[in-house]
Design a protein around this ligand. Structure first.
Ligand code: GUN
Length: 277
C-alpha cells in the first residue's frame, strides 16, 4: 500500500514538474545522534528521492542552541524551494520542542504538529493530517474495515499519535477510548475494542488476553525486545492467532507514515504554488 501511494505521488510530481516547472521540496532537520531518529530520517530521505522530490537534510550537533535551531527554521520558512519542514523528534532535552514547532510556518508543517494544524484537525477542516494516524486510516480504508459505530481503543495519548489517532477515528464515527498510564483496568478496556491501536512505546505490551477475538490490531510501536531485536507494542506471535487483522513491525505502520509524509509534502507544494488538486 505504501508503495502504491508513493507511486501515485511520483506520477503527480512528474506532472507538476512538466506542467508547472515546480518540484516539491522537503527539509528534514535532525539534532543529535539518536539512532532511531537517524533511521527514520534516512528512510524519509530515501522516500523523497524515490518520488522525485528535492530533499535537504540538516544534521545539527547535539549541542545546537535553541536560537540556532530557531534561526534554521526561519531560514527554511523563507526558502521558496522548500515546501515542507520536518524537525525530527525527540529533540535533545535542552531544546524546547514546543517553541520549535510553533516557529514552523503552518503551511510548511507537513507533520501537522503546529497548533494551527492541530486545531484545524479538531474542527475537521484540515490541509494536512498527521502522518502516522493518517497512514493507519488509509490501511483501514484499503482493507474496507468499517470504523462507524465500532469500539476503537487507542493506547497512548501522545500529540504525535494517540490524540490525533483518536480524533481521526472519531471523525469516522468510531466510539473512541484513549487509554494511558493512569487508566484503570486497561486490559478490560482493550478487550472491548473492535479496533485496537497500540502506541505506548513498550515492547510487546499488548498480550493476547487483552484482545477480543476477531479484533483489528494496529501496532504503532517501534521498540526493541530483550535481545535488541526490533519489535512493536504488540506481542505479535500470540495476538495474531486471535485477531482478524494485525500490522507487523517492521513493515506495517512505518512505511505508511512515510508514504503520508510524501503526500503531505506534495500537497504543501501545490498549496504554496496555487495549483489545484
Ligand atoms: N518522531 C517520531 N515520529 C515522528 C514523526 O512522525 N515526525 C517527527 N517530526 N518526528 C517523529
Amino acid at each position: 500500500m505504501a508503495a502504491d501511494t508513493k507511486a501515485r505521488v511520483k506520477e503527480r510530481t512528474e506532472e507538476l514538474k512538466n506542467t508547472y516547472h515546480v518540484t516539491p521540496g522537503l527539509a528534514v532537520v535532525i539534532v543529535g545522534d539518536d539512532p532511531a531518529s537517524r533511521v527514520y530520517v534516512n528512510n524519509k530521505k530515501k522516500a523523497c528521492e524515490a518520488v522525485g522530490f528535492v530533499s535537504e537534510e540538516y544534521a545539527l550537533p547535539a549541542e545546537t542552541t535553541q536560537e540556532e535551531l530557531l534561526a534554521l527554521v526561519e531560514t527554511l520558512n523563507n526558502k521558496p524551494d522548500i515546501n515542507g519542514i520536518l524537525v525530527q523528534l525527540p529533540l535533545p532535552k535542552h531544546l524546547d520542542d514546543k517553541a520549535v514547532i510553533a516557529a514552523i510556518n503552518p503551511q510548511k508543517d507537513v507533520d501537522a504538529f503546529h497548533a494551527v494544524n492541530v486545531g484545524k484537525i479538531m474542527l475537521g477542516e484540515y490541509d494536512f493530517l498527521p502522518c502516522t494516524p493518517a497512514g493507519v486510516m488509509e490501511m483501514l480504508h484499503s482493507y474496507q474495515i468499517p470504523v462507524e459505530g465500532k469500539e476503537c481503543v487507542v493506547i497512548g495519548r501522545s500529540n504525535i499519535v494517540g490524540k490525533p489517532m483518536g480524533m481521526l477515528l472519531l471523525h469516522e464515527n468510531g466510539t473512541v477510548t484513549i487509554c494511558h498510564s493512569r487508566t484503570k483496568n486497561l486490559a478490560e478496556v482493550c478487550r472491548r475494542a473492535d479496533i485496537l491501536v497500540a502506541a505506548v512505546g513498550i515492547p510487546k505490551f499488548v498480550k493476547a488476553d487483552m484482545v477480543k477475538e476477531g479484533a483489528v490490531v494496529i501496532d504503532v510501536g517501534m521498540d526493541r525486545d530483550e535481545n535488541g531485536k526490533l519489535c512493536g507494542d504488540v506481542d505479535f506471535e500470540n495476538v495474531k492467532e486471535k485477531c482478524s487483522f494485525i500490522t507487523p513491525v517492521p513493515g506495517g505502520v512505518g512505511p505508511m507514515t512515510i508514504a503520508t509524509l510524501m503526500k503531505n509534502t506534495l500537497k504543501a507544494c501545490k498549496l504554496q504554488n496555487n495549483i489545484a488538486d
